[in-house]
Design a protein around this ligand. Structure first.
Ligand SMILES: [Zn+2]
Ligand SMILES: [Zn+2]
Length: 300
C-alpha cells in the first residue's frame, strides 16, 4: 500500500449529502474549519465511493427479525463482499490523517500497511466485535492502540456498510432491538438524537444506521440507576445539545434535542462538528468508545 492522495470526485452516493451538510456546519462554526479539516477530506473521499460496490445485501424482513430477536447484529450473519482493493484508498487516506495528528503512531501505521499488503489483514479486520471495534489482530500485527484502530474503521468502512445495509433499514421496528450497539453492524453509538416525539434515537457512524433506545439507560453499560447519568449542559449558544456521562462506566454520548434545534444536521455531522463538547466531556473524566478527533489528537 502507498500512502497517496484520494481522488476528489463527488459522484452521487448516499454519503454524498454529507458534504453539503458539512459545509453548512462549518459556516455555522467557522472557528473549527482548520481543526476539523481532516473530516472534510474524509467526507469528500467517501462521496467518491463507487455506487455499485459492494452489492447490497439480500436482506429479507424475516431474516433481519430473526437475527435481531436473537440479539445478533446483521453484520455477524452476512458480511459484505469487500476486497482489500475496495478499501485501500479510504484506508490510505485515514492512515495519513492519523499520522498527521499522531506522529508517534507512524511506525505502527507502517507495520499496518505491510500487514495489509501481504494479505495478513483485510476489510473484516476492522469490523466491530463484541466490546470493541476491529479485530485484536490489527493491534497485534501493527502495535496500534484500540482507539486508533476504531478511528481507522470509522474513517474507512462507512460507504461500504451504508450500502450493504440499505435494504435492511426499513425492517427495523421500534421494539425488536434493545441493545446498546447498532442492530446492523454492532458498533457502539456515536451520537444520540431526541426526536420530535420525544423518543431517543442512537446513531451509528460506522454504517449510518440508527435505532430507538430508552432515554433513562446508558447504552454502554446498560445501567438504569437514576443518578448514574449526569447531564453536562453546554453554554447558551449550544442550546439543545447536552453531554450525557455515565457514572458507572464513565462513557459519554453527545445528544441533540431536535425539538429545540430544528436546523441540526445529521448525527455524524453534528458529532464531528462539536469538538468543544468532547473537550468538556474528556476534561470531566469521561471517555467514548468511538473516538473523537479530540481524543485521538490528544487535544484535551
Ligand atoms: Zn451500524
Ligand atoms: Zn454506563
Amino acid at each position: 500500500m502507498r500512502f497517496r492522495a484520494p481522488r476528489w470526485s463527488l459522484k452521487g452516493v448516499t454519503v454524498a449529502n454529507l458534504a453539503e451538510e458539512w459545509a453548512e456546519l462549518l459556516a455555522r462554526r467557522p472557528e473549527f474549519r482548520e481543526t476539523l479539516a481532516v473530516y472534510g477530506e474524509l467526507i469528500a473521499c467517501w462521496a467518491g465511493w463507487p455506487a455499485d460496490r459492494p452489492a447490497a445485501g439480500p436482506w429479507s424482513a424475516a431474516a433481519c427479525r430473526g437475527s435481531w430477536e436473537r440479539g445478533v447484529p446483521l453484520l455477524a450473519e452476512s458480511r459484505p463482499a469487500l476486497g482489500a482493493d475496495d478499501l485501500e484508498e479510504t484506508l490510505g487516506l485515514a492512515m495519513e490523517q492519523l499520522a498527521s495528528v499522531r506522529e508517534d503512531l507512524v511506525p505502527a501505521l507502517r507495520r499496518l500497511a505491510e500487514a495489509w499488503d501481504r494479505g495478513a489483514l483485510g476489510p473484516a479486520a476492522f469490523f466491530p466485535e463484541r466490546g470493541r471495534v476491529g479485530s485484536p489482530a490489527v493491534g497485534e500485527l501493527s502495535g496500534l492502540p484500540e482507539d486508533a484502530v476504531a478511528f481507522l474503521a470509522h474513517a474507512t468502512l462507512r460507504p461500504a456498510l451504508e450500502r450493504h445495509f440499505a435494504p435492511a433499514r426499513g425492517h427495523l421496528d421500534a421494539h425488536v432491538w434493545a441493545l446498546g450497539v447498532c442492530p446492523f453492524c454492532g458498533d457502539p453509538p456515536g451520537f444520540s438524537d431526541v426526536l420530535e416525539d420525544g423518543q431517543r434515537r442512537l446513531a451509528c457512524h460506522l454504517c449510518g444506521g440508527g435505532w430507538p433506545f430508552a432515554r433513562v439507560r446508558c447504552p454502554f453499560c446498560g445501567t438504569e440507576q437514576s443518578g448514574e447519568l449526569t447531564r453536562l449542559e453546554p453554554e447558551e449558544r449550544d442550546q439543545g445539545y447536552v453531554i450525557i456521562g455515565c457514572g458507572r462506566c464513565r462513557a459519554y454520548l453527545k445528544e441533540l434535542d431536535r425539538r429545540v434545534r430544528w436546523n441540526g444536521q445529521s448525527a455524524l455531522v453534528e458529532d464531528w462538528g462539536s469538538p468543544h463538547l468532547d473537550l468538556v466531556a474528556v476534561r470531566a473524566g469521561y471517555w467514548r468508545p468511538v473516538p473523537s478527533l479530540v481524543q485521538l489528537a490528544r487535544l484535551a
